[in-house]
Structure formats: structure tokens, C-alpha cells
Design a protein around this ligand. Structure first.
Ligand SMILES: Cc1cc2nc3c(=O)[nH]c(=O)nc-3n(C[C@H](O)[C@H](O)[C@H](O)COP(=O)(O)OP(=O)(O)OC[C@H]3O[C@@H](n4cnc5c(N)ncnc54)[C@H](O)[C@@H]3O)c2cc1C
Length: 490
């Protein structure tokens, strides 16, 4: 008889948890409240437009490939992958937009024009970031039970001393550069980890290496191709998916999970990997006496921002935009304050515009444009239709200022998505988009643990536990959760 493993959630971490354990011989059932796999990376289609609902940046292709290689594949066995050039465009308030080239050496003239010697300084900065990347992604991120004593290993002591792992990212960048635009450019990848450069440890300059050296990639069809690949792998291994099945209770007997309940349906399980939002699983699904953290623990966490998103279809092409576009034409600090220090709707937000139809003709009808606008907002805010329409007009004006096009004149599809949607669609604590911010106090040993402390056959996976938010970390997280359940190193 095969051991019966239940997985809650069919996002990236649930999918890799299912694949790893099915490959090791478990009978795996995945329970997912939504109708399709992907979680925050779902896709929706309307009138010939195909929108990735969440992630749009395919970074760290080596980490993603390392996960496929465990099963004898590479990513390109499932989909094409192209490196984008330019990687992205940055819009400033006054100056001409900057197209960041795939080959970082081609950025040198711009750097030198802004700050003498900045070309060489960037090389030095990225060399340090390279070392952090290898330490971070192939050592620290692979530890499912990180321990403080791991930091006492000789190579870690050396790294802490030489790589400035723990000072703030902002101070780290400021030590190298004085020019505000260069500083902002290097701060941007940190935003993926849900914190501001002032809060995040300089370990995460590893993200700059991912950005500028490893590059921005894209699978034609969208990031959903990556979801489809892992879903296909799981199905080939006979994983059974139960969509539209929201788990409402985890049954525990004598400190062991015995099953799950959804409405009046019960499911037996010999073990459980829970990849739904950690807070939701432990506070809402477990019996009270098996909760791990208190509500005050959760309320004291720094959550990543939530987002206000617009999915737009336009019946014309948009000049001036590239595939990825960062509207950094306002001050980052005042927006950061509205996200973390004094949570409120931002007055002058920075935002991101993704226009995948610039490089992919399959995501919009011919001659049209697929546009996704994302504005980070503080978690827990109340978003109303009035607020959504206010910010749409604000972002529209900013795009018009730079491109001369008024979006409303050409809209054929318009959908918005916000804080309440994250809560209701994914049971996301305070409507967070990317889990816990990777601040120093919430990194490594200080994250909620994967293993339930009392229930030996229950493990957590996903962006609120090890190693953290983002597609590559979540692929690792699900696989590590499976290894933890199996008690081995498969
Ligand atoms: C808008 C946005 C943009 C992003 N951009 C990027 C990017 O460009 N690049 C990048 O690398 N990362 C990006 N990320 C982060 C990345 O998408 C996430 O870190 C990752 O997808 C999270 O995967 P997960 O499996 O941990 O969680 P999820 O994707 O949330 O999966 C958890 C699943 O559990 C399900 N679930 C919850 N409760 C229950 C229940 N009770 N019963 C059954 N099912 C349940 C949910 O419906 C969900 O499907 C982005 C995220 C967002 C939201």
C-alpha cells in the first residue's frame, strides 16, 4: 500500500511538493480551492487576450532548471525561453527613459555619464552579488531547517565578514554609488522580496546579480507555461488534482494529521504538505490547540505589500513601452513609507507596466496590446471601486505623459484585482501578494518553520516559509517540504 499524501494548494510550491513526493512513490492528492493550478500565477483569458495574473518576470533560470533536472528535464523540454533585450525600461521624472540592456557592459556609458567611475563600481558590486547569489540560492535557500549554528560554518563566517550580508541594502548601495538614479535602479530588484531597501539585508543584492548578469527571460505564452509544465509533470506521475475544493479543516488525532474536510466531504491522509498561506492554514484550518503562532505574532510581522492590478486589452499598439517597464518617476521613499511606515493609499505611487505582447504575438490579437499595470499597496487596505477607478486614472495619466496615448480611448478589456481579491481568492493574510517581507528579522531561521513542531506528519511549504517569496524560491520550497515529509534528501 502506498502512503497517502495530501497537498493543500496547487501554486508553484504545491506543484513541486506533489511532483517530488509522487516521484518518491507516494499516492498524492492535491486540494485546490480555485478551478485551475498556478495559485498566484494563474492565467485568465478574455476576447483573445491571455493575462498572467501574477508573476511576469522569469528570473534565475538556473535555479528553475535545477528543479527540472531532478526529474531528468530542463525547462526548454516544456516551453521555449527567450532572453529579453532590453531587459526592461525605466521611466524617470525628467530624463529620457533608460532601456536596461541584457548585456550589462552596454550600460557603462549611461553609468559613467551619471557618475564617474560607476562602470567599474557596478562590476565590483555585481562580483560581490555573484558570490551572494551562489551562497543564497544554492546554500542558504536549500536549508529546510536553517539553524543559527549554520552561520558559524567557516565559509559563512568568511562571507558574513567580507560580503556585508547583514547591513541594510540601502547602505550597501549607497556605499558604492552617489547618483540617485543608479541607486534607484539597483534598489528595484529588492522590491520583489516585499520590503524596502532600508529594511532588507544586503544579502539580497544577490537579486542584482540575477537581474543584470543572469538576465530577464520569457517563455512565449506567458509565465503560465511554467505552471503548465509542473502540472503536466505531476499528472504524468498520477497525482490527483481536486480543483474547486477548499479545505476547511485539518483533522488531527494524537498529534498526527488523519485527514481533511471540505464542506461535507472528508479525505483520508497519512501525511500533509500545506502550501496555502501559512497564516490561514495554521490559524483557520488546524484545531486551536495545534496552532503554532499567536494572532499577535502574525500582527507583528512585516508583510509584503499587496497590489492593485489592472489587466488591460488595447485595440492598438502602444509606442514607447517595452515588455517590462518601471515607472520610477516619483520618489521611492515616500511610496515605501505609505507601504510600511504609515500604511495608507500612496499619493504618488511608483508602478510597473508589463506589455508582453511587445515580444509575444500569442497573448493579444493581432495589432493589439496586452497590458498589465501593477501598483504596490500596503496590505490590509480597503479597496473600493472608487479607489480602483481613481488610481486607474492616475496611472493612465502617467503613461500618457510618457507615451502620448490615453489608454481609455483604446480599451477593449479592463479588469482590476486588489487586496480583497488576494484575500478571497488565496486566503492571503491581509491580502498580501508575496508573503512575508524578507527583512533581517524575517530571514532564514526567523521565518515560520516548515515542520509543524508537534504534528510530525505535517509540513508547510510556500512563500511564507523557507526559503521565501518568488517563483524560484517557491519551486524549491515545495520540493523541500516533500523531502521533509519523507525525512530524507531525495
Ligand atoms: C502580482 C504578483 C506578481 C508577482 N511577480 C513575480 C515575478 O514577476 N517573479 C517572481 O519570481 N515572483 C513573482 N511573484 C511571487 C510569486 O508569484 C509567488 O511567490 C508564488 O507564486 C507563490 O507560490 P505559492 O505556491 O507559495 O503560493 P500560491 O501561489 O498562493 O499557492 C497557494 C495555493 O493554495 C490555495 N489555497 C489557499 N487556501 C486553500 C484552502 N483552504 N484549500 C485549498 N486551497 C487553498 C490557493 O488558492 C493557491 O492556489 C508575484 C506575485 C504576485 C501576487
Amino acid at each position: 500500500m502506498k502512503s497517502k499524501l495530501a497537498v493543500i494548494g496547487a501554486g508553484f510550491s504545491g506543484l513541486t511538493a506533489a511532483v517530488a513526493s509522487a516521484k518518491a512513490g507516494y499516492e498524492v492528492d492535491v486540494y485546490e480551492k480555485n478551478a485551475t493550478p498556478g495559485g498566484r500565477a494563474r492565467q485568465f483569458s478574455r476576447d483573445g487576450f491571455h493575462f498572467d495574473m501574477g508573476p511576469s518576470w522569469y528570473w534565475m533560470p538556473d535555479v528553475i532548471d535545477a528543479e527540472f533536472k531532478r526529474y531528468g528535464y530542463t525547462a526548454t523540454d516544456f516551453f521555449d525561453l527567450q532572453r529579453l533585450d532590453p531587459s526592461y525600461t525605466v521611466f524617470w521624472s525628467e530624463d529620457e527613459p533608460l532601456q536596461v540592456p541584457a548585456d550589462v557592459d552596454r550600460l557603462t556609458p549611461w553609468l559613467e555619464q551619471r557618475e564617474e567611475g560607476a562602470g567599474q563600481k557596478l562590476q565590483d558590486f555585481l562580483e560581490e552579488a555573484r558570490k551572494k547569489y551562489h551562497l543564497g540560492m544554492f546554500d542558504l535557500a536549500q536549508q529546510r531547517k536553517p539553524k543559527l549554528r549554520n552561520f558559524a560554518r567557516p565559509h559563512m563566517i568568511k562571507s558574513v565578514a567580507t560580503l556585508n550580508l547583514f547591513k541594510s541594502m540601502q547602505r550597501h548601495i549607497d556605499r558604492y554609488f552617489t547618483d540617485p538614479q543608479i541607486r534607484l535602479l539597483l534598489s528595484f530588484p529588492i522590491l520583489f522580496l516585499g520590503g524596502s531597501p532600508r529594511q532588507m539585508p544586503a544579502l539580497y543584492s544577490l537579486m542584482n546579480y540575477a537581474d543584470m548578469k543572469l538576465g530577464t527571460w520569457y517563455p512565449p505564452g506567458g509565465i503560465y507555461e511554467l505552471v503548465k509544465a509542473w502540472h503536466q509533470l505531476a499528472e504524468e506521475l498520477d497525482v490527483e488534482f481536486h480543483f474547486n475544493t477548499e479545505i476547511e479543516e485539518i483533522k488531527v488525532h494524537s498529534n498526527r494529521v488523519t485527514g481533511l474536510r471540505s464542506g461535507d466531504q472528508s479525505f483520508d491522509a497519512d501525511s500533509l504538505i500545506a502550501t496555502g498561506d501559512y497564516h490561514h492554514v495554521e490559524q483557520n484550518l488546524l484545531p486551536k490547540n495545534h496552532r503554532i503562532y499567536s494572532e499577535s505574532y502574525w500582527n507583528s510581522r512585516t508583510m509584503s505589500p499587496s497590489c492593485l492590478i489592472y489587466y488591460l486589452g488595447l485595440d492598438r499598439k502602444l509606442p514607447g513601452l517595452t515588455h517590462h517597464n518601471l515607472f520610477f518617476d516619483e520618489d521611492l521613499d515616500q511610496h515605501s513609507d505609505a507601504l510600511y511606515k504609515n500604511p495608507k493609499w500612496p499619493e504618488r505611487p511608483l508602478f510597473y507596466a508589463c506589455c508582453p505582447s511587445k515580444t509575444d504575438s500569442t497573448v493579444a490579437p493581432e495589432g493589439m496590446e496586452n497590458l498589465f499595470l501593477l501598483m504596490p499597496v500596503a496590505p490590509g487596505l480597503d479597496d473600493t471601486e472608487n479607489i480602483k477607478s481613481y488610481y486607474f486614472k492616475l496611472l493612465e495619466k502617467r503613461i500618457e505623459r510618457h507615451t502620448g496615448i490615453r489608454l481609455s480611448d483604446y480599451l477593449v478589456v479592463k479588469e482590476s484585482y486588489g487586496v480583497q481579491d488576494f484575500s478571497s481568492d488565496y486566503n492571503a493574510f491581509r491580502g498580501n501578494a508575496y508573503g512575508l517581507a524578507n527583512t533581517l528579522k524575517q530571514t532564514s531561521v526567523l521565518k515560520p518553520s516548515m515542520q509543524h513542531p508537534k504534528i510530525s506528519n505535517m509540513v508547510f511549504g510556500g512563500q511564507l516559509t523557507q526559503p521565501g517569496p518568488g517563483v524560484p524560491p517557491c519551486l524549491i520550497s515545495g520540493r523541500m517540504a516533500a523531502q521533509q515529509i519523507m525525512g530524507g534528501t531525495t
